[in-house]
Every structure is written in structure tokens, then in C-alpha cells.
Design a protein around this ligand. Structure first.
Ligand SMILES: [Zn+2]
Length: 306
């Protein structure tokens, strides 16, 4: 969970990336700034939802963890997205866009560091950027080798060479969590997991109407719910609620069993999005390096399954 006002986050990926690179390069001429920016908003929102379910599993369901809970929630979110059959194509790109969100936050606040950055329960934004990058790269270092060279702020080699092991450890930990939830269910004589639903509170402003429309069109929240259901056997139903009356944050409400995503947080992603390098039309991307690293971002709206 986060304090009010605090921004939260958040199939073999390498193969998907390679295929996506090929397909998207054929569609470059149709690139639009709006689609790139929307992709950024969708990616960051989905990562936030998955990060929150990480807290539910750790703090509510008493699954032990070592290290900082916020880091553990990030690892669970990233590993669950990478390993779920419900994630669909483009999951690596969504995670890398979420990582870029952290990088942009870090840069935006560069002149405004407070000591809170260092004692806070969350790792530094720039560390969260590298952590997500490392796990994605670690899924298939060979397939992601070219990508590692192409990004503007690449993983330094001393970290990158360990990322295969980091990913395998995260995947094993996720497997253990999944098995533990199944064991808890057996003990309670439950055979099915809780359903994860989505509730859209009517948007209070035209800007929020646009967000609701984008989310309903792409079904990003519904897909996030399927990712959760496909991995975790929850002991009760959970709702993902998009709501008006809160600040730029997201949090878990244990009394209502709700993952609350505030429109204000999504608006924050919307404000950041135009600065995301891959939000620019493909033709406007200045360097070959940038064109390479943005090549797999869909240029059309993607409708997720279910
Ligand atoms: Zn958190």
C-alpha cells in the first residue's frame, strides 16, 4: 500500500519480442502519438494492479517473504505478468514501459530529492526501473541482447550478467507462492479460487471519461484480473475498482476486498505519457537506437483477451 499522494507501481518473452519487432516494423508508417501514449498508461496501470495483489498475498494471506515488502510485491507483480498465460503478447513491452515510468519519475524529481527517498519503504524509482528491466532481460538474455544495447539507460553489465539467475529465483519464488495458496485452499477444503471482478465508478470529468473509454476498449483491467486469477488461488472474491475520490495513488482496502485504483493516478500516468520517448510518432524518433528500443510498442490499440 502507499500513503496518499505517493505514486505506486509498478510464453517466453524473448520470442514474443522478436515476433513483435517484425510485425510492428511493418506497421511503423501507421504510428500515432496517441497509441504510444495510451500504451504507456495501460502498461503502468496494469503494473500497479499486479503490485497491489502482491501486497494482498504477502500481508493478507501470510505468505512469508524476505527483504522489503515493496520489493517483494514488485517481484511478484513482474514474475506473475511474465509467467501468466493470460498476459498475452506484448507483456515484456508493457513491463518495460512500466519500468520507463519509474525512470521518468526519477528524472522528473532529480532536483527535488528529500531524505524520504532514502528511508522510504519503497526502493528508489531508479532502482525499480533497473529491477524490472533485469527480470525481463533475465527471461531470455540471448533474445534480449540487442534490446540491452538499444535502450537509452541500459542495465550495466555487472548487473545484467546475474539477471538470468535473478529471474529464475523470482520464478521459483512465484511457484512456491502459487503452491502455498493451493495448500491453504486444500486445508480450507476450497477447490476454486476467488473471482477477480472490475468495477468502473462513473467518471467525474471528461478527462476521466476518456480514461474509462480507453480501459473498456482495451479491457486492460479485465486482463489484469485474469492474470491474477490464472496465478493465484485467492480465498475470497476481489474487486478492482477505478474510483474518483482519492489522490494519485492505489491501495488495497481489506474491509471491502478491493484493489482501489484512483483516476487521479491514471491521470498522472496520462500526464507523464507524452514524455515517454516511445510515445512519439515513429518517424519523429531521432536515433536508430531509440527506433530499435521502441520498435515493439504496438502502434494500434491492443484489445486484450477476456
Ligand atoms: Zn506497494
Amino acid at each position: 500500500m502507499t500513503a496518499p499522494g505517493e505514486r505506486l507501481w509498478f510464453a517466453p518473452a524473448g520470442l514474443l519480442l522478436a515476433v513483435a519487432l517484425l510485425v510492428s516494423s511493418q506497421r511503423d508508417s501507421a504510428a500515432s502519438q496517441r497509441s504510444g501514449a495510451d500504451f504507456f498508461v495501460i502498461a503502468n496501470t496494469q503494473y500497479t494492479v499486479l503490485h497491489e495483489i502482491g501486497h494482498v498475498i504477502i500481508s493478507e494471506l501470510n505468505v512469508p517473504y524476505l527483504g522489503k515488502e515493496e520489493d517483494a510485491a514488485d517481484q511478484l507483480a513482474t514474475a506473475a505478468m511474465l509467467r501468466s498465460s493470460a498476459s498475452g503478447p506484448g507483456v515484456a513491452e508493457r513491463l518495460l514501459a512500466a519500468a520507463d515510468g519509474w525512470l521518468m519519475e526519477w528524472r522528473q524529481n532529480a532536483g527535488d530529492r528529500s531524505t524520504q527517498d532514502f528511508w522510504d519503504a519503497h526502493s528508489l524509482d531508479i532502482q525499480r526501473y533497473y529491477n524490472i528491466n533485469c527480470l525481463v532481460y533475465g527471461t531470455d538474455p540471448e533474445a534480449f541482447a540487442a534490446w540491452l544495447e538499444s535502450v537509452e539507460v541500459p542495465l550495466p553489465y555487472p548487473r545484467a550478467w546475474r539477471c538470468g539467475d535473478e529471474y529464475r529465483r523470482a520464478a521459483r519464488s512465484l511457484d512456491w507462492v502459487v503452491a502455498t495458496l493451493h495448500a491453504q485452499a486444500r486445508q480450507a477444503r476450497r477447490t476454486v479460487g476467488g473471482h477477480v471482478g472490475v468495477i468502473y465508478e462513473p467518471p467525474a470529468t471528461p478527462e476521466r471519461e476518456a480514461i474509462e473509454k480507453l480501459f473498456k476498449k482495451t479491457r486492460v483491467l479485465e486482463q489484469s484480473a485474469r492474470i491474477i486469477e490464472s496465478q493465484f488461488l485467492l480465498p475470497y472474491d476481489v474487486q478492482i475498482v477505478l474510483t474518483n475520490i482519492c489522490g494519485p495513488t492505489a491501495y488495497w482496502r481489506p474491509d471491502l476486498k478491493e484493489i482501489v485504483i484512483c483516476y487521479k493516478l491514471v491521470e498522472h500516468f496520462t500526464e507523464l505519457a507524452p514524455q515517454w520517448p516511445c510515445a512519439a510518432p515513429r518517424a519523429a524518433l531521432k536515433s536508430q537506437r531509440l527506433r530499435n528500443s521502441c520498435a515493439a510498442v504496438p502502434v494500434q490499440h491492443t484489445r486484450f483477451g477476456g
